[in-house]
Design a protein around this ligand. Structure first.
Ligand code: SF4
Ligand code: SF4
Length: 402
């Protein structure tokens, strides 16, 4: 392996999400957008991060942060438990490279393999766990199924119990699909009654056909204005049957907000509401899709390849490999800078003139594949839902942006 050339840490913080098993997963969720990524590495039957890549990643990531800062190692998939617990024991042991940084960990899992050993390890090292759970069994099991199509809800609930028993910090990531969106309060009450205090509701949006294999909705410019990856032309709203309908997503958030604001403020933390509050208060902390620009959260694949973002793991958005290049340099590269700026610069006029702009910021470019009222392409599919949600919560979250 070549030595990594030293590089000045970026002036602004950034975040890396590592995928130690690539797109490999022990589930076959209908709506998963990452399973298709196995086509990026067709020669490999089983994708796993090797120890030399792990060592390079730990060192590179830490050295890309200035002394005194916090370095958050986020493990994601696919399913990140697949490499086994010893892999993470080795990862944590490599903290010896920390040199004055604070190290913390987060881990996004479907929960199937979590047992006392895993949860004891998470508790010992204060991991923050993201557990995927869509709600009650009939809703969760509609799409979150095993490779054989078997339900998984009972296994996830067992994992939840283990996390709670070991007092592991966790939050629940609930994917909002067309089924779950029909019963927002049932989903929310289910979370409440099971003692879940941190939740985020993530919209499921997937386009039909091969469109997902290509860069969507965003024109990426390189040095000198050269187009590196063109946006898909124009405006079609064709999505899979499990994708949430835009208005339904807004209505779900509003129904849950109304229940939450009357009874659960300070007890339950719904991240969607906290992101809105952060934006309305002019504070940092909103999710990337509700910030003006993005591009500060790169993905590290199992072989060390680095991509612009979890939503853009496509060849045109590969920034390099961490075994030969500094993460700091890749994050500060012109291509990645352009990627982040295009989120703002490609906003259609309807967004730029929208009363909800400072809460919404137009959402994620990956989902900007519909047209505005005056037929300008590049509007996010979820616009109607976002407009309903930010319009509904604005009066509660002073100062109001309208
Ligand atoms: S492309 Fe979308 S998911 Fe990726 S960083 Fe930007 S807003 Fe976030
Ligand atoms: S609500 Fe719609 S029009 Fe307004 S900023 Fe968001 S996506 Fe754009």
């Amino acid at each position: 392996m070549q030595p990594i050339t030293s590089s000045t840490p970026p002036p602004r913080p950034f975040h890396a999400m590592a995928k130690p098993s690539g797109s490999d997963c022990n589930l076959d969720c209908t709506y998963c957008f990452y399973l298709e990524k196995e086509s990026l590495y067709p020669g490999e039957r089983k994708r796993r991060m090797q120890d030399n890549v792990l060592t390079a990643y730990v060192r590179n990531y830490i050295e890309s942060h200035p002394a005194g800062s916090e370095v958050v190692f986020t493990w994601q998939g696919g399913e990140p438990t697949l490499p086994g617990l010893d892999f993470y024991r080795r990862a944590v042991a490599q903290q010896r490279f920390r040199a004055g940084r604070t190290i913390s960990y987060s881990f996004q899992t479907n929960g199937l393999l979590l047992d006392d050993a895993w949860c004891g390890f998470f508790a010992e090292h204060d991991f923050l766990i993201g557990l995927s759970l869509d709600g009650p069994a009939d809703i969760h099991d509609t799409y979150r199924v095993s490779a054989g199509g078997q339900p998984t809800h009972a296994l996830v609930m067992r994992a939840l119990g283990k996390l709670q028993a070991h007092r592991v910090r966790y939050n629940v990531l609930a994917c909002v699909n067309r089924r779950g969106a029909a019963e927002p309060l049932r989903v929310y009450e289910f979370m409440r009654t099971h003692g879940i205090s941190h939740i985020q509701f993530i919209p499921v949006v997937e386009r039909l056909s091969g469109a997902a294999d290509r860069a969507i909705g965003l024109t990426l410019h390189g040095p000198g204005g050269k187009v590196l990856a063109p946006a898909l032309p124009g405006a079609t709203g064709s999505v899979t049957g499990w994708s949430v309908l835009p208005a339904d997503y807004g209505d779900l958030l509003n129904a849950i907000f109304d229940a939450w604001v009357r009874r659960d403020v300070g007890e339950i933390h719904v991240m969607n509401f906290e992101w809105a509050l952060a934006n309305y208060m002019g504070e940092p902390g909103a999710a990337c899709h509700h910030q003006p620009t993005c591009g500060r959260a790169v993905v590290v694949e199992h072989n060390g390849d680095v991509y612009a973002c979890d939503h853009y793991v496509y060849p045109a958005y590969r920034l390099g490999n961490l075994s030969t290049s500094s993460l700091a340099k890749m994050v500060e590269s012109p291509a990645q800078h352009a990627f982040g700026q295009d989120k703002l610069q490609s906003l259609p006029r309807q967004c730029r003139e929208c009363k909800m702009l400072k809460g919404c910021w137009g959402g994620c470019p990956k989902h900007r594949f519909t047209a505005t009222q005056d037929c300008e392409p590049g509007l996010i599919y979820l616009c109607e839902g976002y407009y309903r949600f930010f319009g509904h919560v604005a009066p509660y979250l002073a100062p109001c942006p309208t």
